[in-house]
Design a binder for this molecule. Structure first.
Ligand SMILES: [Zn+2]
Length: 468
């Protein structure tokens, strides 16, 4: 018998499934269930579900108890998969330029060894053109860039050139403060430093605000200068659980899982805002995503329509650098298991049914094709974009596992005018703010469609792979 490479076997199946007359029915998911789960998970009592906090632990227990109630089983020893991490609490961070010291600076994503003090001459680099002032990067230099560097690969390449630190300038005080607040006072790392990180590179990575931007900009003209960065931290080891639940299906001997993921953690507590609120409830980010997964699990349990086992992944540490997903991706494959495809949900809660979608990493696999096909069948627009490390699908995508991240696309929403859609968005968008809360007036038909798109794509992909 000829051994057909898997990719061709899949391609053959696609021809059958996508032949004329094949339709992908939109599956129904209960929007009340999504609302109830999201309300529980974003309650004040969970204190913003910060990674490693009691609030997150309680939310994890809620999710596991729901899985158990639906008849989902653990993977391995139990529903909780502890992820060993270290917390470094920043007690001070100061940048000195000439005679002046500044505190509008904080470490971005870092690994254990890169939260350290350093000093050296600065080199400015324009991220778009790559142009540098001065134009050579000496060993021991500190690279200063305008705007955020979004991947560890870039930081690693600067390190390979001899840089010992990176400072990313954010001149807008609003953006700077939002990001500083989001990152919080502590930094979290995986204890296992052999596991890759999408964000943390080999050298210290810092974000600086408007005061430092002005001071550094003024020394560009004078041909450069030296800076001194000083940081003090306190470190503590701890564990935080991923929650993993499996819906068993008789795959006729097929042992590959289909996977759905959503992060359970959020930002925890911050300072008190103007309304007296200090809790980042994270309703749309990502209690809504977890709630969609629970509603999908219940739906698939009540009416089994996929032939493969489905693993539901509720990750910890996403906001801290995809830590739970990185850890699981590394250990899952070591354990000899395999995932045929993963769909990640984590994009804010659309306040009306989207008419368009973005499918991140949708060009790289038959899973992406299935997502496009489902959208087209339903008359929705779909834009495919390149993979980037903006949520938990990324570690799996990096390993070559078909993985997509479905995001509601451009407005207007379905059945709404441009103006109505913008007004809805304005009213409900509260990305990474304390006001991102469950509300009885929030229209849940947007999340219903989001969940239905995910479940329909899962079913379509199962058929592409040769399911029932
Ligand atoms: Zn999120």
């Amino acid at each position: 018998m000829l051994r057909i490479p898997k990719i061709f076997a899949h391609a053959a199946a696609v021809v059958v499934v996508l032949s004329p007359g094949t339709t992908f029915a939109q599956e129904s998911v209960d929007s009340d269930l999504i609302s109830i789960h999201a309300r529980v998970l974003s309650a004040d009592s969970f204190l913003g579900r910060d990674t490693g906090s009691l609030g997150h632990e309680m939310a994890a227990r809620y999710v596991a108890s729901q899985c158990k109630e639906f008849g989902l089983v653990p993977l391995g020893d139990g529903y909780f998969h502890p992820v060993p991490m270290t917390r470094a609490t920043i007690t001070s961070a100061t940048l000195t330029i000439g005679a002046e010291s500044f505190t509008d600076i904080f470490p971005n994503f870092n690994k254990a060894g890169t939260l350290r003090s350093f000093s050296g001459p600065v080199v400015f680099e324009d991220q778009q053109s790559g142009r540098r002032i001065p134009n050579t990067l000496q060993t021991g230099a500190i690279v200063v860039t305008g705007g955020l560097i979004r991947s560890s690969a870039k930081i690693d390449s600067l390190s390979a050139e001899g840089a010992i630190g990176v400072i990313q300038l954010m001149p807008d005080s609003g953006f700077f403060e939002l990001l500083r607040e989001s990152r919080g006072r502590s930094r979290l790392f995986l204890q296992d430093e052999t596991i890759p990180s999408a964000f943390a590179g080999a050298i210290p990575s810092l974000v600086a605000g408007p005061d430092i931007t002005a001071a550094l900009t003024s020394i560009i003209g004078s041909g450069g200068g030296e800076v001194f960065f000083e940081i003090e931290t306190q470190t503590n080891p701890f564990t935080s659980p991923n929650v993993i639940c499996v819906l068993e299906n008789d795959g006729g001997g097929v042992e590959e899982f289909l996977a759905l993921s959503a992060h359970l953690d959020h930002l925890g507590l911050g300072t008190v805002d103007q309304t007296g609120d200090s809790i980042f409830n994270g309703f749309s980010d990502n209690a809504a995503g977890v709630a969609m997964l629970l509603a999908i699990a219940e739906r698939l349990r009540a009416q089994p329509v996929v032939s493969r086992p489905v693993v539901f992944l509720f990750f910890t540490g996403e906001e801290r650098g995809l830590l739970g997903a990185e850890h699981f991706a590394a250990s899952f494959s070591q354990a000899g298991n395999s995932i045929a495809g993963l769909i990640n949900l984590d994009a804010g809660a659309p306040p009306a049914p989207p008419a368009r979608w973005e499918v991140v990493a949708g060009n790289d696999s038959h899973l992406g094709e299935a997502a496009q096909m489902v959208a087209e069948t339903n008359g929705w627009g779909v834009r495919v974009s390149a993979a980037r490390p903006n949520s938990d699908f990324f570690p799996f995508h990096r390993m070559g596992i078909p993985s997509i991240f479905i995001i509601p696309g451009a407005r207007p929403y379905d059945g709404k005018t441009e103006g109505e859609s913008d007004a809805l968005f304005e009213r409900w968008d509260a990305y990474h703010q304390r006001s991102d809360e469950w509300n009885a007036d929030f229209p849940f038909d947007g999340l219903q469609r989001y969940a239905e798109y995910a479940i329909s794509t899962l079913i379509a992909y199962d058929r592409v792979l040769g399911g029932r």
